[in-house]
Design a protein around this ligand. Structure first.
Ligand code: SAH
Length: 232
């Protein structure tokens, strides 16, 4: 009998130790997708799958790791933030991505949104204006094995002509107006999503759809993003 109790205790202890930190974050991530994203009406399957796959805790500063799956944006240094999970999912879902596509992101930040996009599409191009953030994000993405993300340190206002046109463009900093070069680099039939408005004040997430010469804009959601800044 004593032997049986020791055996059961032993199994319990083993089970306890094998529940690693990674399992903890996987479970927090599943809860995040269910409670913050699906519950608020996002049904786009590739987006839900990507948000379940990307280890968000590896994209936040180490002192904030326990808040990685909170329902909020978090500071990433240099006055910038990693967006709230719901906003990342919302923007990703709205541009309705398909697996073979090529996407441009402006505002790499931590690299999290780029990683989410790269789980869905073939190629992700991402531009960051702050050199230190570009360097840390590109190293992080490489270390995590995201081979289909190409990073560049530049002013994203001009887009990335060399790889244009893009099936979709996602801008993660708020601009007072839509940069014309980005509209130009959007494919015919392409979609762009961008927060437009004054820095730190009223901003609206705008969807832009390009059909030939026709550009349609739709206001989606009031948001608050860090400002789109300009290089010298
Ligand atoms: N997508 C990021 C969050 C971005 S915060 C993530 O998933 O973590 C917005 C980022 O846009 C900041 O890092 C900021 O430096 C960058 N940014 C602002 N203006 C820019 C510009 N003109 N070109 C490129 N990046 C810009």
């Amino acid at each position: 009998m004593n032997c049986l109790i020791s055996l059961i205790l032993g199994i319990l202890v083993l089970a306890g130790t094998s529940y690693s930190q990674d399992d903890k974050y996987t479970s927090e991530r599943e809860t995040m997708v269910k409670q913050q994203i699906e519950y608020r009406g996002i049904t786009n399957q590739p987006t839900l799958k990507a948000m379940t796959a990307v280890p968000r805790h590896k994209f936040v500063p180490s002192n904030l790791i326990d808040r990685a799956y909170d329902d909020s944006p978090l500071p990433i240094g240099y006055g910038q933030t990693i967006s709230q999970p719901y906003i990342v999912a919302y923007m990703t879902a709205f541009i309705n991505l398909k697996s073979g596509q090529k996407v441009l992101e402006i505002g790499t930040g931590s690299g999290y949104q780029a990683a989410v996009l790269s789980e869905i599409v073939k190629e992700v191009y991402t531009i960051e204006i702050i050199t230190e953030l570009n360097n840390s994000a590109s190293k992080r993405l490489k270390d995590l094995g995201y081979k289909n993300v190409i990073c560049k340190n530049a002013d994203g206002y001009y887009g990335w002509k060399e790889f244009a046109p893009f099936d979709a463009i996602i801008v993660t900093a708020a601009s007072e107006y839509i940069p014309p070069p980005l509209i130009k680099q959007l494919k015919d039939g392409g979609k762009m999503i961008i927060p437009v408005g004054s820095p730190f004040l009223n901003q609206t997430l705008i969807l832009i759809e390009k059909e030939g010469e026709d550009i349609t804009t739709t206001s989606l959601l009031p948001v608050r993003f860090v400002p789109f800044t300009r290089g010298n």
